[in-house]
Design a protein around this ligand. Sequence first.
Ligand code: NIG
Ligand code: FE
Length: 427
Amino acid sequence: MRRMLLTGIGELVTNDPAPGRAGGPLGIVRDAAVLVEDGRVAWVGPAAHASEQLPGAVDAADRRDGEEHRASRDASVEVVDAGGRAVLPGFVDSHTHLVFGGDRADEFAARMAGRPYEAGGIRSTVAATRAASDDVLRARLAGFVAELHAQGTTTFEVKSGYGLDVATEARLVRLAAEVTEEVTFLGAHVVPAEFREPDGPGADAYVDLVVGEMLDACAPSSRWVDAFCERGAFTPAQSRRVLEAGRQAGLGVRVHGNQLGPGEGVALAVELGAASVDHCTFLDDADVALLAGSDTVATLLPGVEFSTRQPYPDARRLIDAGVTVAIASDCNPGSSFTSSMPFCIAVAVRDMRMTPAEAVWAATAGGARALRREDVGALRPGMRADLVELAAPGHVHLAYRPGVPLVRRVWREGVLVGDPVLAGDPV
Ligand code: NIG
Ligand code: FE
C-alpha cells in the first residue's frame, strides 16, 4: 500500500464541518494531519493524534525539525511536513473551454480600449481551431493542464464548442477526454458562419445538426451537454432542443445563461434539472428564487467580468437567498483567458461580495457540486487525496494576497503534480 502522512498543517480546510471544527462549512482543523492511502484520504485530524493512526510511524521529534519528505521509521509511510502552512482540497474548476486554436489578444486589447464584448468573437476561434491539427491541440491542452495543476486545480471540466462541425466537435471531445472525465459537448456554442442567414441554411438547421449527427458523434466521449442560451447565440427554444436531446442521449445538463443580459437561461436550466447554470450575471428576483428552490448550482465566473468589463454578478444576493454557488475560471480565449482559481477567488471576494471562506468553498466543494461529484472538493476519508499546500498560514491569504503565487505543492490522488516550471506557455 502507498501511504503518505501530510502533517504539520497549520490550517486544514476539509469542507467537512464535523463537530469541533472551525470555519463553518470549511470545517477547519488547526495543527492538522492527513493520512493518504493509495491516493485516497484515509484519515484527517489533529496532528497530535496522527501517531495513533500509524503506530511507530511518526515521531514528534521528526515533525519538529521541519525537514520535509523525511523518511519515517516505518519505511512504508512517507511523512511530509507542511511546516505550519495551510492545506486545502484541490480546486474544482467546473467550467473551461481549453481545446482551441489561436488566441484573441487583439480582441482583448480592443475591448480594453472601449469596444464591448460580443459572443461573435467565438467564430474567429472556430476558424483557428478547425485549422489546428490534433497534435497541436493536444500539446496546447497539455500546457493548460500543467498550468491548472501548478495553480492548485486537480479536477476540471473541458467543453467543446470551437469546432461547430461534426468532425471537429468530435475531435475536440475526444481530445478533452484524454485529460479529464468531465467533458462537455457544447455544439450549441454559436451558430457557425456557414449556417448564418441570409447565405446559409440558418440557426434551426444548425440545431438539427447538433441534435442529430453531431450529438451522435460526441456523446460517447462526453459526460455533459451544454448550450449558450443568450441573444446572439441560441434562443430558449433552440437551447431546450439541444439540452433535451443530450439528456436523451444520457448526458447531464449544464447551461450558459444570463451572461450578456437578462434571459430565460436560468429558468430553463432549473426546469431541466441542470447540474449548473453558469455566468448568472443578469438575474431577476424570480431567477434567484428558482435557483434557491432547486439543486442547480449557480456557477459564477469572475474572470469573465474582469476581462469584459461587464458588471459583476452579486454572489451575496445568491448566497443570502440560499443558492449553492460555485466559482470557475471559464478559461477561454475570448471572455476569460485565465486558468487561475486563486485569481478567481480574489476577484470574487473583492467584486462579488463573497467572504474569503465562501469563495474558497465555492472553488472547491461548490465546483464539485456543480459537477455532481462526491469524491472531490472535500477532505473526508474515502475521498480522492487532492491537496493544495499554500505558501501561507490560512485560506484568507488567497484573496488577501492577490496575484501572488501562493500554491506551493499540489497532490492529485496522493501524487505530487504541478511543478511550476511546467506551467504556462502553451505552444
Ligand atoms: O463562457 N459564453 C459563451 N462562451 C464563452 C465565451 C467564449 C468566447 O468568447 O470565445 C464564455 O464566456
Ligand atoms: Fe463558458
